[in-house]
Design a protein around this ligand. Structure first.
Ligand code: ATP
Ligand code: MG
Ligand code: MG
Ligand code: MG
Length: 564
């Protein structure tokens, strides 16, 4: 590629509404341009990286035996009514009517359509197993689209769906996808963890999220540094004696809650959706600590109310149902008396039950005398406890630690949830119809770009791994339009790299060296070759990896082997 024929559009400053590094850099480097909240143009530079992510995902999915299809972005409501999700999914599902007043949705995921394919096409056990996948546009009307492509409303997902004869066979499909995901994220050059995730109504232990480790992540992960144990915090269990928890909770507060002062901070920190079942209240504690209260109720807490509540500055020492009633203007239902002192303890039960306070510590229990986790929640989760830094990990191999993560992938065993709802069956060997055992497997293709940048940047810009860089090599001739020698050497190297299949761009725009280097540092091309008259006189070119602090002089004959 010749830069003069390509489209490079860099900005000195990021737009004011950009919050995190990846978003700022993607905007500055001209990877994306915002069209509406959570909706972006993929500009030529960004699209190159996006396509590379897609190819890696596609290659590994194909290798794992999955079969590519494309399902429509616009889907008829009828299928979604069969599973109850047309009404049940809530506001993230974008619904609309066509000219005949027929209901449609824009797909946020595709279980319904793919299950419809299976019930029409996969008639016999002989056709199984099958795993269909697509790399396709999704739309979720996220309550808070933010962080650029990380939480967009329109985004690209790779979603795969497996169909099997039995739960056992579905387990094999699940493991195959899990392994493929590891290969994908390895090839993408990301530091990630596969963590046990919530299986919700399905139950069982077959759900894992692939989390890219980054401070800006919206999820919290509990892990044991000495073993494989890792779980999304909403799921994590710990076995530390209760008495040790107060100190550990304090550690968690210190490490992980600075800056949690508003509902928005909190929602970001815990990755919760206030509008669904969880309601949140944040007030300022005596020492500026945030206090978080979650209650479950039947009333929607709208954002206006949340903002008003977040404005409460008076330190509170105890929250009673009456107080909560007052604050939320709603009866909190199953909530019992709860107390808090400014500490935040993340707990599975919050996500599952969402009916009591996070923030109580052991000291607060003397008003009820209750262990607020054990006694205030419903019996089936009563054995689950708060997880805090320093708790023993369930496998007994060490203490738990917490990291922030970005969910880039999710594998999920679905069982017969969708096949039963849509009565999707195949004829088994005994001639009887059986419901498909299903799994679903998502990857946030566009989110991956943001996540990769969150892990790889410096004060000059992005630093791409070779596998997904928009260009892996940039040739920067100094004086391309002035020096015959520079032009000839640069053109020759460019031709040789192209012939060798290297993804190279030559910057023939005639920019001044400073501006040219700044652009490529911002864009993050991993390998740069600089060619100038001065070096050529000494028989040298300059090579610099994006992570190197200085360039290295290299003889022209040595540059090609270095880059291949
Ligand atoms: P999150 O917890 O971040 O809202 P999710 O659990 O709702 O994600 P899934 O339904 O598991 O998402 O979808 C599969 C993948 O799609 C996720 O792992 C994530 O990488 C990606 N994804 C989900 N929502 C978005 C979004 N709004 N913008 C970009 N990518 C997304
Ligand atoms: Mg979501
Ligand atoms: Mg999630
Ligand atoms: Mg998920």
């Amino acid at each position: 590629m010749r830069a003069s024929q390509f489209f490079i559009s860099t900005l000195k400053e990021a737009p004011a509404d950009a919050d995190i590094v990846s978003q700022k850099l993607m905007l500055r480097a001209g990877f994306i341009r915002k069209v509406a909240a959570g909706v972006y143009n993929w500009m030529p530079m960004g699209l190159r990286s996006l396509r590379k992510v897609e190819s890696i995902v596609r290659e590994e999915m194909n290798c794992a035996g999955a079969i590519e299809i494309v399902m429509p972005v616009v889907q008829p409501a009828g299928l979604w009514q069969e599973t109850g999700r047309f009404d049940g999914m809530g506001d993230e599902l974008l619904r609309f009517k066509d000219r005949h007043e027929r209901d449609f949705v824009i797909q946020p995921t595709s279980e319904e359509v793919v299950t419809d394919i299976a019930r029409n096409e996969l008639k016999s056990y002989r056709a199984l197993p099958k795993n269909f996948y697509q790399i396709q546009t999704k739309f979720r009307d996220e309550r808070r689209p933010r962080f650029g492509v990380m939480r967009g409303r329109e985004f690209t997902m790779k979603d795969a769906y497996s169909f099997d004869r039995s739960a056992e066979a579905a387990g094999v499909s699940y493991d195959t996808m899990y392994a493929a995901y590891c290969r994908i994220f390895d090839r993408l050059g990301l530091t990630y963890r596969a963590v046990a995730a919530d299986t919700g109504a399905i139950g069982g232990d077959r759900s894992h999220e692939f989390q890219v480790i980054a401070d800006t992540g919206e999820d919290a992960i509990v892990y044991c540094p000495n073993s494989d144990y890792a779980a999304n915090i909403e799921l994590a269990e710990a076995v530390a004696p209760a008495g040790e928890r107060a100190a550990a909770a304090e550690a968690l507060t210190k490490v992980h809650t600075p800056g949690v002062k508003t509902i928005a901070d909190l929602v970001r920190f815990l990755n919760i959706d206030i509008k669904a079942t969880v309601k949140a209240l944040v007030v300022e504690g005596e020492e500026g600590d945030a206090v978080l209260m979650l209650v479950r109720g039947d009333h929607e807490l709208n954002e206006v109310k949340a903002e008003k509540i977040a404005g409460i500055k008076k330190p509170l020492t105890m929250a009673t149902p009456a107080l909560i009633n007052k604050a939320f203007g709603a009866n909190p239902g199953s909530l019992g008396p709860v107390g808090f002192n400014g500490r935040i303890i993340a707990d599975r039960t919050v996500a599952k039950m969402a009916d009591f306070v996070i923030g109580a510590n052991e000291d607060d229990q003397h008003y009820t005398g209750a262990n607020f986790v054990r006694d205030c929640v419903e019996p089936e989760v009563a054995d689950l406890r708060n997880v805090v830094v320093g708790d023993a990990s369930p496998d007994g191999k060490g203490e738990l630690a917490i990291q922030r993560g970005i969910e880039v992938g999710h594998v999920f065993y679905l069982g017969t949830k969708y096949s039963k709802a849509m009565d999707a069956t195949f004829l088994d060997e005994d001639g009887k119809p059986k419901h498909f055992e299903m799994g679903c497997y998502g990857i946030g293709v566009t989110r991956i770009l943001g996540a990769a940048i969150e892990q790889n940047f410096d004060d000059k810009g992005m630093i791409w791994p070779d596998s997904i860089a928009p260009f892996s090599v940039v040739i920067c001739p100094v004086g391309y339009d002035r020096s015959e020698a520079v032009k000839a050497t640069a053109d020759q190297l460019y031709g040789e790299l192209l012939a060798a299949g290297v993804d190279v761009i030559i910057d023939d725009r005639g920019e001044r060296p400073g501006a040219m280097f700044a652009d490529w540092e911002l864009i993050g091309a991993p390998h740069r070759v600089t060619i100038g008259d001065r070096g050529l006189k000494e028989g040298k070119l300059e090579y610099q990896h994006r992570r190197d602090s200085e360039a290295t002089a290299v003889a022209p004959a040595d540059i090609l082997p270095l880059l291949l």
